[in-house]
Design a protein around this ligand. Sequence first.
Ligand code: HSE
Length: 415
Amino acid sequence: MMYAAIMGYGTIGSGVAEILLGNRERIARCAGQEIGLKYVLDLRDFPDSPVADRIVHDFHVIEEDEQVKLVVETMGGLNPAYPFVKACLEAGKHVVTSNKALVAAHGTELLQIARDRGVNFFFEASVGGGIPIIRTLYRCLMGEGIQEITGILNGTTNFILTKMDREGASFGEVLREAQELGYAEQNPEADVEGHDTCRKIAILTAMVTGKEVNYEDIHTEGITRITDMDFRYAKKLEASVKLLGSSRIVGDKVYARVAPVMIGREHPLYSVCGVYNGILVKSDMLGTSMYYGSGAGKLPTASAVVADLIEAAQNEGSNVSIGWGEGRQEIADNETNESRYFVRISGDAEEKSGQVQRAFGQVRTLVMEGADEFAVLTEGMREAEFKERAIALDSEWQKAGGEGIRQIIRAELEG
Ligand code: HSE
């Protein structure tokens, strides 16, 4: 029997307890021994829950109990998750977490402590919820040179964008509905401003490069400025707008970014809708592979935590190498990122076509019937080059006393 403790009895923590207690025999068969749930740490009591007699309020009970070899961290945030996890690893306990903020901020250090102590720090549930992407990267794709990893990594924003696309609703309306349904937090900033996706792509990039990635180095934009009008144009292009976290590895350079991107039907991530997540991996031998499923939610996320617990139990006396070592991975300046751009412009397409073509070169023009604007799709160019041209063009119109560019969205579209 190996004893486990759960720190944080919220949505995910209670899901982990449910699976540990409900699938006890199957888990014992896989782990080679029974995993007994000894403690659940929380500030609250849960007198009517199946773990009522295991609740403790003092972290030191877990830290000092030598029988407890496995610890699950599902508290979220950095404080006290970080000091608690660090103390558990230093005490020679395996730690499994679903906490992307913790992994993105302190992953390198916590992995080093785990190596030094001969235990494991696993975090499958921190990216893509129940989708097994972390283990896929360090195990199934271990012989591959990864060239790109691009994902829809946030269920809340994908739910909002999908509704805007299908129903023609505004961002504000759908956000309110998502909050009522419990998909979006009352303070949705981390999701809608792209911070959650940023931490997740930072973790995936660290897994791929084997080095620490400072998530603050990744250029991050959210979805708050995406409008129903953007989706009307997207329909004309048989496209949609998705919030993508992306990393491209070119030699020793990594181009990473989080931003809304217009993608067409032919793009593998186009069909990833609603609260689902999808992760596209391009690698040198396998080519393109994609991983799809529930990126959030109680049991999908808890399932990934339990799989990590089983792997830790199978490797009771040893550290499993997952390839994320020391050293810092530099992220290339966002200005050097290259893409096409969808640009909405006020006024008449014919009147402005000369100026637009002089600025951007060859473009595809889209006219929106009944609207006082049109849009163009540029060819691919670097961010710095595009910005310079767009600013010059816009200021020509501003100087003439008119309105200019209304919207810019990066585009990955054919044709
Ligand atoms: N807020 C996150 C999401 C939860 O919407 O995807 C899972 O990390």
